[in-house]
Design a binder for this molecule. Structure first.
Ligand SMILES: NC(=O)c1ccc[n+]([C@@H]2O[C@H](COP(=O)([O-])OP(=O)(O)OC[C@H]3O[C@@H](n4cnc5c(N)ncnc54)[C@H](O)[C@@H]3O)[C@@H](O)[C@H]2O)c1
Length: 284
C-alpha cells in the first residue's frame, strides 16, 4: 500500500462516483466535491446504489461500511488536506483549467498529486496553470470504473518521474488495477485505436458496403469481439464518439479520425444510441 490515504475526487457523475467508490473500497478516506447540492445528492445516490449492488453480488462485505469513508461536499476548500485529487468534471477545457488553478491554491501538501480523468484534454494544459506541473498527471479510468481494470497513466512533458511512479503504485498496489503508460496525446492508447475502428464501421455502413447487423456480426463471430463496433458506438454514445473523434482529428489532422457525415447527422438528430433509445439500433 502507498502512503496515500486521503483522496479527493472532483465531480461525482458517472466517472467521479466510480472513482470515489473504488478508492473507498480500497480503504481510502474520500471526499467527493460536486458543483451544487442537487448534483452532490445525485452523486451520493449513484455511489450508494452501486455499492449496494456490489454488496448484493458478494463483491464487498458491507456497502454501509464503505460509505462511512466517503463524504460528498460542495466546498472545494474541503480538499486542502488531500494527498491525491482526481478531477472528473465535464470535458471542457476552460472548466478544467479553472479548477486546476483553484486546486493548486487549495491543496496544501507540496507533494500532493493533482490528477485528471480527462479523455482528450492535454495534461500539459492543466499542468501549466498550476505552480506545480511536476505533480500533475492524467489518471484515465474506464467506465464502469468498479468493473474495468484498466487505467491509462498520462504524464505530461513536465510531470516528474516521482509523480508518475507514485500514481502507478496507487493505481496498481492500492486499487488493484492494471496501469498502462502513454504519452500526452489525444485519445491516449485505447481511444486512439478504438475510435478510428468505429468510424471505419460507420463509413462502411454509410457507403452501403454492408448493413449494421452484418458488420457487427462479422466482428463478433469472425474476430471474437464481445460486441460489434456499431453496437459499441451506441453504448459509448454517438455524441461522445463524435467528440472524441473531433479531438483526435484536431490533434493529428488525419482523415481516419474525421467523424463521417452519417455520425454528425445522427448526433444532430438526437439519435445518440442507448441513452436516447435509438442509434444504429433501437432500444427499450
Ligand atoms: N463517460 C466515460 O465513459 C468516460 C471515460 C473516461 C473518462 N471520462 C472523462 O471523465 C470526466 C467526467 O465524465 P463523466 O462521464 O463522469 O461526466 P458526467 O457528466 O457524468 O459527470 C461530470 C460531473 O461533474 C460535475 N461538475 C461539473 N463541473 C464541476 C465543478 N466545477 N466542480 C465540481 N463538479 C463539477 C457535474 O455536476 C457532473 O456531476 C470527463 O473528463 C470525461 O472525458 C469519461
Amino acid at each position: 500500500m502507498t502512503e496515500i490515504d486521503r483522496v479527493g475526487v472532483v465531480g461525482a457523475g458517472l466517472m467521479g462516483a466510480g472513482i470515489a467508490e473504488v478508492c473507498a473500497r480500497a480503504g481510502k478516506d474520500v471526499i467527493a466535491v460536486e458543483s451544487s447540492d442537487a448534483a452532490a445528492e445525485a452523486g451520493l445516490k449513484r455511489l450508494t446504489t452501486s455499492l449496494q449492488r456490489a454488496e448484493s453480488r458478494g463483491k464487498i462485505d458491507s456497502a454501509a461500511d464503505v460509505l462511512t469513508r466517503i463524504r460528498v461536499s460542495t466546498d472545494l476548500d474541503d480538499l486542502a488536506d488531500r494527498q491525491l485529487v482526481v478531477e472528473a468534471i465535464v470535458e471542457e477545457e476552460h472548466a478544467k483549467t479553472d479548477l486546476f488553478a483553484r486546486l493548486d491554491k487549495i491543496v496544501t501538501a507540496p507533494d500532493a498529486i493533482l490528477a485528471s480523468n480527462t479523455s482528450s484534454i492535454p495534461i500539459m494544459k492543466l499542468g501549466v496553470v498550476t505552480q506545480r506541473p511536476t505533480n500533475v498527471i492524467g489518471i484515465h479510468f474506464f467506465n464502469p470504473v468498479p468493473v474495468l481494470s484498466l487505467v491509462e497513466l498520462v504524464p505530461s512533458l513536465l510531470t516528474s518521474e516521482e509523480t508518475h511512479e507514485r500514481a502507478r503504485a496507487f493505481v496498481q498496489d492500492d486499487l488493484g488495477k492494471r496501469a498502462i503508460d502513454c504519452q500526452d496525446r489525444a485519445g491516449f492508447v485505447v481511444n486512439a485505436l478504438l475510435i478510428p475502428f468505429i468510424l471505419s464501421a460507420i463509413r462502411m455502413m454509410e457507403s452501403g458496403f454492408a448493413t449494421a447487423e452484418d458488420i457487427d456480426q462479422g466482428l463478433v463471430l469472425g474476430a471474437a469481439h464481445p460486441q460489434g463496433p456499431l453496437a459499441l458506438a451506441d453504448l459509448i454514445g454517438l455524441d461522445t464518439t463524435k467528440a472524441i473523434a473531433e479531438s483526435l482529428y484536431d490533434e493529428f489532422k488525419e482523415q481516419l479520425y474525421a467523424p463521417p457525415p452519417l455520425l454528425i447527422r445522427m448526433v444532430e438528430a438526437g439519435l445518440l444510441g442507448r441513452k436516447t433509445g435509438r442509434g444504429f439500433y433501437t432500444y427499450g
